[in-house]
Design a protein around this ligand. Sequence first.
Ligand SMILES: C[S@@+](CC[C@H](N)C(=O)[O-])C[C@H]1O[C@@H](n2cnc3c(N)ncnc32)[C@H](O)[C@@H]1O
Length: 292
Amino acid sequence: MSERWKEYLTRISGQDAIGPPDYMYPVTDEATDTRFKQQDPNKHTLEQTLIAKLLDQDWTVAIDFGCGTGAHFLLFDQHGRSDELLIGVDPDCSRAARAREVQLGRIESLVLCGGIEILENIPGELSADVILCSQVLGHVSETQARRIVQGFCQILRPGGHCGIAVPVIGKAFKEDPAARDWEAKGDFTHQVNMTLSPGDPSYREQTSLAEFNRYADHPVPGMLPVRSFLIPDFPDLSRLTLPHALDDLPPTIASLVDGLFIMEEAFIYSIHIDFPESAYPVGDAMIFLRKG
Ligand SMILES: C[S@@+](CC[C@H](N)C(=O)[O-])C[C@H]1O[C@@H](n2cnc3c(N)ncnc32)[C@H](O)[C@@H]1O
């Protein structure tokens, strides 16, 4: 299977970006890493542990969708043997170019600049065993999110696995000054001003869902559009140990995957503390899905 993939990808890789034209992710990894360390220093370690769990199974072809600069590529390498193929996809060509430079010891990687169109156009005889989509769905428009999940279903072999990491939020976040216009009935959409520190009153600026969709498709430099998916029964922070297993998916994700995937497990793996006395539930979840 991986030889046929390589043939196909080599043929299309000479083309210009395939997907959202001129897309540039609005913030650097360096800026986001700094902010996330301020909010939760353990986030990276737990995220890596959960991704390793996804990759700890037999696979020949894996896709890292929205791979960015290839921050997770070494995990694929550690969990691969020698004949595996990792396909990285990202619509920001400068980030895809950085991912191409990540040196892997065991497996082979091919990185394409583009978006969901790449998966939508892949010939029917090619399939993947596992897909990682880490921290992408919380930064794309509703239309893109639906196409992305459908594209994963199209490309995964039956029984194949998918790991999706997304920002999540609990209803109590409505007490946060940044959320004064939020009714806590659906997801919280906002822009994070990465030039400011967590806790600054303008760090999170609430937007409508329609505005979020527009910003996600056409980001403003320095401003990260975020859709935090509501978990209606968010666990009590004072008794929470991470990772925390969830019984149900956030409703928006449940509706995206309905009829396409079976939920295997889901975990809250990070809680973001914007400022020391903050008690508002906002963080990240990792969701493991299987194609039925
Ligand atoms: C928060 S970063 C996550 C990067 C990487 N997956 C990680 O976990 O470190 C979000 C990534 O999604 C990419 N992205 C944004 N819109 C996308 C879309 N419509 N389709 C695929 N990737 C997208 C961005 O270019 C960026 O690299």
